[in-house]
Write a protein that binds this ligand. Structure first.
Ligand code: HEC
Length: 126
């Protein structure tokens, strides 16, 4: 009973980290599209050093539900649908910054970030 109430209360919370970031990107002109985000997530980009092409799945793996593996350190990476994910807008922005620069060689646009977040949420991440 208490658990049920808690879950309902959590879902009814006005803004989650992803909701507030999506609203932020939308205010910058983005129109979040999960299908576009799925394509973006898997699209490969040439590596600056001529090595193997890179995509978001290079480290995060091809399934959002299974652990990934860091391409350079070999460290395991929690699944994108893990419960502790996407809870902090600043953390999400920080990793978008690092990972976009590593994968694409540039920052992601607000539209690209909105599409990826929509894809992650549609795929079962909060
Ligand atoms: C070089 C390996 C690597 C690549 C490639 C990579 N990531 Fe990540 N990503 C990580 C690591 C490491 C973390 C943070 C550690 C963790 O949370 O497990 C992370 C975390 C994130 C987070 C934060 C999740 C949270 O819990 O808040 C997002 C969002 C994200 N990545 C998106 C992307 C996107 C989009 C791409 C493709 C443009 C991408 N990543 C490519 C390694 C990578």
């Amino acid at each position: 009973m208490i658990v049920t109430w808690f879950l309902v209360a959590a879902q009814a919370a006005p803004t989650s980290a992803t909701d507030s970031l999506l609203a932020h990107y939308t205010s910058q002109g983005a129109t979040p599209d999960a299908a576009r985000g799925a394509t973006f997530w898997a699209t490969e980009h040439a590596a600056p050093d001529g090595g193997a092409a890179r995509s978001c799945t290079t480290c995060h793996g091809s399934s959002l539900d299974t652990a990934g593996k860091h391409a350079t350190t070999g460290e395991p990476i929690e699944p994108m649908t893990a419960a502790e994910r996407l809870t902090d807008p600043a953390k999400i922005e920080k990793w978008f910054g690092r990972n976009c620069r590593w994968t694409l060689g540039r920052e992601c646009s607000a539209s690209e970030k909105a599409d990826v977040l929509a894809y992650l949420v549609a795929g079962g991440a909060r």
